[in-house]
Design a protein around this ligand. Structure first.
Ligand code: NAD
Length: 367
């Protein structure tokens, strides 16, 4: 089987779908790996490193022509896959309905790891959302600490005692919990909040305090995800969060709802309650909006002394770690979809049924 690795072209994207170490493993199983020239460079994997592991460095056109399976990180623009070709990535089907329809019509088999069931243990090695969110949570804390003018830990020095920073993390999924653990390790006093009932124990397990709002966390939904709150619930939540946001030195938001706009948790009024010098990092800031009313994607804005950082693709900012983990997810996915070294789709399998968006001309999921 020929596996083609595309160079990512989206602005700010520095990840690559396969790293040289994983190319070596795939080559050892008999696959031939074609890598678009320069694909790994932004993540510090030069062409020579792929070449040394047996990959062939080629043009994008050659990959499209020759590969049986094409792998990528984000949705590739301008790609015209051919009939039977397998395309695997984080393809954001809810935002890219038209593109998916075109790929389905072309007869490609399109697999989007955004749709992977999260609670099946045999799917864990393929879980790219988790591997990338882990990087996001870690990096969000570093970004916040860098922008914050004070210390995270308590310091007792000859020049006086410094109180630790108070960090509030909104959303306690994979990124949020990783952020809480990282901020704790830096010495901050950390509080976490989520609407899923399970989150209370998960937050405590990483050494953070759980922020209990009136009514408790009652926003659990299907598949381990949160449900969309009603307008009334959202209003109550935003108001209840204001005091906690005003008390924090640093707020990190990580709340997501698959296929929906991210919920707004930090309103303009809440930001007005924050002290000058405080920092807000919105990891949900993107084309669909964000968790913070005033955040702008990939931009730092200062409002009344509060720094608001829109940071919707922090995984790309830690590209070597993110790519290495993602490459293992891709390797596991290819092993699942290509038993015996050739694509063989089995839609009776629960995992494949969830992630195969298009197959044999049919668009299988509502986008
Ligand atoms: P996500 O990115 O979709 O959302 C992040 C967090 O935001 C979630 O915890 C969600 O509950 C929360 N959220 C959504 N709306 C909110 C609101 N209005 N207010 C406050 N918080 C809100 O989530 P994720 O990190 O992709 O994780 C999704 C689920 O999958 C979680 O339940 C997680 O524990 C689970 N998971 C399980 C496994 C496993 O069992 N192996 C692995 C990874 C993830």
């Amino acid at each position: 089987m020929k596996i083609g690795v595309l160079k990512e072209r989206a602005p700010g994207e520095r990840r690559v779908a396969l790293v040289p170490g994983v190319v070596a493993t795939l080559s050892a199983t008999g696959a031939e790996v074609l890598v678009e020239t320069g694909a790994g460079a932004p993540a510090n994997f030069p062409d020579s490193a792929y070449d040394a592991q047996g990959a062939r460095l080629v043009s994008r056109a050659e990959i499209c022509r020759e590969a049986d399976a094409i792998v990528c990180v984000g949705p590739p623009d301008g790609l015209e896959p051919r009939r039977g070709q397998l395309l695997v990535g984080l393809l954001r089907p809810h935002e890219r309905a038209e593109q998916l329809r075109a790929w389905a019509q072309a007869g490609a088999t399109v697999v989007s790891l955004d749709l992977l069931p999260r609670t099946l243990s045999r799917a864990q090695t393929m879980d790219a959302l988790t591997s990338q969110a882990t990087v996001v949570g870690y990096k969000a804390v570093l970004v916040a600490a860098n922008a914050y003018g004070g210390y995270f830990p308590m310091l007792v020095t000859a020049a006086g005692t410094v109180r630790p920073a108070s960090v509030l993390v909104l959303g306690a999924g994979v990124a949020g919990l990783q952020g809480m653990g990282t901020a704790r390790r830096l010495g901050a006093v950390v509080t976490g909040y989520d609407v899923r009932p399970d989150a209370r124990d998960e937050v405590r397990s990483v050494g953070a305090r759980f922020l209990d709002l009136p009514g408790g966390p009652n926003g659990g939904g299907a598949g381990g995800y949160a449900r969309e709150l009603t307008d009334e619930e959202r209003e109550t939540q935003q108001q209840a969060l204001r005091t906690a946001i005003g008390d924090a030195d640093v707020v990190i938001t990580t709340a997501g709802l698959p296929g929906h706009k991210p919920p707004v948790l930090v309103t303009e009024e809440a930001i007005k309650k924050m002290r000058p010098g405080s920092v807000v990092v919105d990891t949900a800031a993107g084309p669909l909006g964000g968790n913070v009313a005033l955040s702008k994607p990939d931009t730092a804005t200062v409002v009344d002394g509060v720094t608001i950082i829109g940071a919707g693709n922090l995984a790309a900012a830690q590209s070597a770690a993110a790519s290495t983990a993602y490459a293992r997810n891709i390797q596991a996915t290819l092993a699942q979809l290509c038993p015996g070294g050739q694509p063989r789709i089995d839609l009776t399998d629960e995992i494949q049924d969830a992630i195969v968006v298009a197959h044999e001309g049919e668009l299988r999921h509502e986008c």
